[in-house]
Design a protein around this ligand. Structure first.
Ligand code: ATP
Ligand code: MG
Length: 414
């Protein structure tokens, strides 16, 4: 017979299982709990959108749109794109679903996102994000609330130690224009020494040069003028209100005047929570204010601010997750006991007991299986027990054994 080749897992994708699955669940459960504490709603969005949703809102000059999107024509000929992030889809839904009526809208989502990148540790082509946004709030209080929520999430995950909040302002429109002109003048003077990528950025999106990881660009980027000299009074007051709010809430931050976000629509607050525990993939959570994004999709001017975090990167930072555990394993010995065990397991599960059955091998192997499943108790069932309507309950940690009537089992195990 011809040998059939097993298909490969696609590069940059993951099968999240076992220990990894527990870490994922811990991140998502904690996010769900924290978003309730902060009174944020939850939405589930389509995995794909019309390509223009991302192209127009994220911006043609960003790496995400120019190099990383999974874009394809569907069978009807429409150009679709697998979501590379959540903000654009939320802004689209805000407009198409008439969510203006709920403004200010505090909303979260989570799930898979897709980017065509070079896979490495902490960098995948299908990865997962948790995301929080506030739409229709122009006040710095919204920025503060989102940052305090991010900080609490990291604390509850037990990873706040070693993760730093870096904060910057990109100013208002007037500030940004003036700063942009200052940056262009500076970079033009060093044109000859910039990387090829940064020469393209210089024409299209000069702020991105500040963000460059190319060693040729670093000294030039580091010597570029800070935004501070260009800040309008309003922009400075906004930034001061954000930092005052963080201080009041007891959230530590550091200023990073080199921090920029790719989007053309970013205004005022920009931030990243970074760690040195993940090598080059050190940004775990990032976001900022994007007043102007909803307008880019044809909506009325709408303030917006939000963040996204990589679930994989948060999961990697977690301490060893708690081992899986269940309440009990039923160990039937003999055909009659096995037949009775099927009904018993169903009854116990209906009563809220997490119980599995070990039906392979000798008693010793069955008890080993109970151990491997992390069961607290083995419910041993043989012919004698069956006749008496009882089971032997063996506490696996101590080896202690006692007899319990079938009718009292659920109570004894809960
Ligand atoms: P990076 O600089 O690492 O490429 P980014 O600026 O592209 O990050 P964002 O678009 O801000 O990232 O996405 C928010 C978060 O999503 C990041 O802080 C990171 O935790 C996570 N993330 C981004 N790209 C990937 C990826 N390819 N694989 C896994 N996680 C990712
Ligand atoms: Mg990236």
């Amino acid at each position: 017979m011809a040998r059939i080749e097993t298909p490969r897992r696609v590069r940059g994708t993951q099968d999240i299982f076992g220990d990894e699955q527990r870490r994922f669940a811990q991140v998502l459960d904690t996010f769900e709990r924290v978003r309730r504490l902060y009174c944020f709603g939850r939405v589930d969005l389509p995995v794909f959108e019309a390509t223009e949703v991302f192209a127009r809102s994220i911006g043609e000059t960003t790496d995400v749109v120019s190099k990383e999107m999974y874009t394809f024509p569907d069978r009807g000929g429409d150009s679709l794109t697998l979501r590379p992030e959540f903000t654009a889809g939320i802004a689209r839904a805000f407009l198409t679903e008439g969510w203006q009526q709920y403004a200010p809208l505090k909303i979260t989502t989570s799930g898979a996102v897709f980017r065509y990148e070079r896979p490495q540790k902490g960098r995948y082509r299908q990865f997962h994000q948790i995301d929080a946004e506030v739409l229709g709030a122009a006040e710095p209080a919204a920025d503060v609330e989102l940052l305090v929520m991010a900080d609490q999430l990291l604390r509850e995950l037990g990873i706040a130690e070693g993760v730093t909040l870096q904060l910057n302002t990109l100013g208002d429109a007037e500030t940004r224009e003036a700063w942009r002109a200052g940056l262009v003048a500076h970079f033009e003077a060093h044109r000859g020494a910039l990387s090829e990528d940064s020469l393209v950025r210089l024409d299209k999106n000069p702020m991105r040069i500040l963000d460059s990881k190319d060693p040729r660009d670093r000294p030039i980027a580091d010597a570029a003028p800070d935004i501070d000299a260009f800040l309008t009074a309003e922009a400075r007051a906004f930034f001061d209100a954000v930092t005052a709010g963080l201080d009041a809430a007891g959230v530590a931050w550091t200023r990073n005047p080199r921090l920029v976000r790719g989007l053309d629509y970013y205004r005022h607050t920009a931030f990243e929570f970074v760690t040195d525990r993940l090598g080059a993939q050190g940004t775990v959570l990032a976001g900022g204010r994007y007043d102007g994004l909803v307008e880019s999709l044809g909506g009325a001017p709408t303030a917006g601010v939000g963040w996204a975090a990589g679930v994989e990167r948060l999961a990697m930072l977690l301490a060893e997750p708690a081992a899986a555990s269940i309440d009990a394993v039923v160990v039937p010995m003999g055909a009659a006991a096995e037949a009775r065990a099927t009904g018993l397991v169903a009854e116990l599960r209906r009563a809220g007991v997490a119980v599995d059955m070990a039906y392979k091998g000798k008693m010793k192997q069955r008890l080993a299986k109970a151990d491997a499943l992390g069961a607290r108790t083995a419910i041993i069932l043989g012919d004698d027990e069956l006749a008496a309507g009882v089971a032997q309950l063996k506490t696996l940690a101590s080896g202690e054994q006692r007899q319990v009537a079938f009718a009292d089992l659920a109570e004894a195990l809960r």
